[in-house]
Ligand binder design. Structure first.
Ligand SMILES: [Zn+2]
Length: 206
């Protein structure tokens, strides 16, 4: 069943925030990433059984994202193309809250999965999971696969190849340059600067 973007609604965590402390909404616009940059390759594992849960979690294999986040990701992609002949491959962008709850049930470890009681930055449409690919579409060596929940996935892991270290650094430096914040425990995850200005969103299905 397709995600009904028009039926997105905000889920505010009443325990943590109330109307007076909730930050102002920066951008209410969630869009398909393809409409911004069709050269970013999409490989949405959560729309297949090829993910750590072994379950199909997304009704659609399209990546959705806040417009402003997608715009900056497209600029990062352009920079990588012109300077390194590389491109971005994206595994995940906006993630509905109901999916976060399923993930948390399977892996309740805050190093790797955000507690749905607080919400993930993916639930705000303000985080991306990405890697780099060459001009043939082959993923660059990063030391671990995506969603490898071991210490080797940490950006600063020592026991990975020099090539992996250098590829991780290029990805990280590029993303920082375009306004993203890296996550130390997952080389593939980046939050958009100002993620807390975006509300947590869920989808309804009918
Ligand atoms: Zn992530």
């Amino acid at each position: 069943m397709p995600i009904k973007i028009l039926k997105l609604f905000a889920v505010y965590c009443c325990v943590l925030f109330n109307a007076s402390t909730l930050p102002a909404q920066a951008d209410t616009n969630i869009v398909s990433l393809k409409s911004i940059d069709s050269t970013i390759v999409q490989d949405v594992r959560y729309a297949t059984t090829n993910n750590f849960t072994g379950k199909v979690l997304y009704p659609s294999a399209k990546v959705y994202i806040r417009k402003v986040v997608g715009d900056e990701l497209a600029r990062a992609n352009e920079f990588l193309k012109s300077n390194y002949n590389l491109r971005i491959k994206i595994f995940d962008g906006f993630r509905p809250l109901f999916v976060q709850k399923i993930m948390w049930k399977i892996l309740p470890d805050e190093r790797y999965v955000a507690n749905p009681a607080k919400g993930s930055r993916h639930n705000r449409g303000a985080a991306v999971d990405i890697t780099l690919i060459d001009d043939k579409g082959t993923e660059l060596e990063m030391g671990t696969p995506y969603d490898d929940f071991t210490e080797l996935a940490s950006f600063a892991a020592a026991n990975i190849s020099d090539a992996a270290k250098s590829n991780r650094k290029l990805l990280r430096d590029t993303m920082i340059k375009f306004g993203f914040i890296p996550l130390e425990t997952e080389w593939w995850h980046f939050d958009f600067n100002g993620w807390n200005k975006f509300s947590i969103l869920d989808t309804t299905e009918d």
